[in-house]
Write a protein that binds this ligand. Structure first.
Ligand SMILES: CCCCCCc1ccc(S(N)(=O)=O)cc1
Ligand SMILES: [Zn+2]
Length: 265
């Protein structure tokens, strides 16, 4: 079977062939975050702010893997995540993006059916579990919270100076399979809103194969602004079949018996 992707032939509707959980899973991601009505997100006053400790990365690889662009620091990185709904400390693994062909589509999560032009995912794994001691092992562990992914919506507005080092690098990884070592330091903390207090959180999965149901999702209410030019830079990245990646987002999945908690009213 051709490797998975986002085209008609190998896109989300075909993933069940290699990954049955795509259709049989009851905690698949992404989802539509509904804020009013029956199945809406429920305010939980016990939810604390998310705490990140992201010292500037000094060594990292920026890669176009044909279905996204991914920033992965070298193994020595000490970036950590805790707080929010988490009871353990998580280690940073990588961040990557999902985007669309125009500003009305591109994010994986939706809010009352609304899509944003892109979504940033910061991927972490539980570094305090006795059952695994690497990201790869965490993914295969069947632990319901082996991973924690922070999701941030991107919306079009002012140029984002903190993300400029990343969007300026996109032309260097235009071809699928290409990667560059990230020049200099990158301050991820500067990309994020100051206070990480307002978010939705629920139990879900990876949004791409293997679609493992091991993710505690934390999706922030506050979008991050990027300029039109920065959005366009994502749309020029190729998918390995001589075409730009113009929509690497999975449609929303059924909630089943899950509830979504909100840290804000
Ligand atoms: C051990 C091999 C598995 C690699 C799984 C890599 C992966 C990480 C995050 C996401 S996402 N979009 O849910 O944040 C999807 C896939
Ligand atoms: Zn993702």
């Amino acid at each position: 079977m051709a490797p998975w992707g986002y085209s008609k032939e190998n896109g989300p509707a075909t993933w069940h062939k290699d990954c049955p959980i795509a259709n049989t899973g009851v905690r698949q991601s992404p989802i539509d975050l509904i804020t009013t009505g029956q199945t809406c997100a429920k305010y939980d006053s016990n939810l604390k702010p998310v705490i990140v400790s992201y010292p500037a990365f000094s060594e990292a690889t920026f890669l176009n893997n044909g279905h996204s662009v991914q920033f992965q620091p070298s193994a020595g990185n000490l970036s950590e995540l805790s707080g929010g709904p988490l009871t353990k400390k998580y280690k940073f693994e990588q961040f990557h993006f999902h985007w669309g062909n125009n500003d009305s589509e591109g994010s994986e999560h939706r809010v009352n059916g609304k899509m944003y032009p892109a979504e940033l995912h910061l991927v972490h794994w539980n570094s305090e579990s006795p059952n695994f001691s690497s990201f790869q092992e965490a993914v295969g562990s069947n632990d319901p919270h082996a991973l924690c992914v922070l999701g941030f919506f991107l919306k079009v507005g002012a140029e984002n100076a903190s993300l400029k080092p990343i969007t300026d690098l996109l032309s260097k990884v235009k071809n699928a399979g290409s990667s560059v070592s990230f020049p200099g330091k990158f301050d991820l903390k500067a990309v994020l809103p100051e206070t990480l207090t307002d978010y939705y959180t629920y139990d879900g999965s990876l949004t791409t194969p293997p679609l493992a149901e091991c993710v505690k999702w934390i999706v922030f209410k506050e979008p991050i602004e990027v300029s039109t030019a920065q959005m366009e830079a994502f749309r020029a990245v190729d998918d390995g079949h001589g075409k730009p990646i113009t929509g690497n987002y999975r449609p929303p999945c059924p909630l089943h018996t899950r509830t979504v908690a909100a840290s804000f009213k």
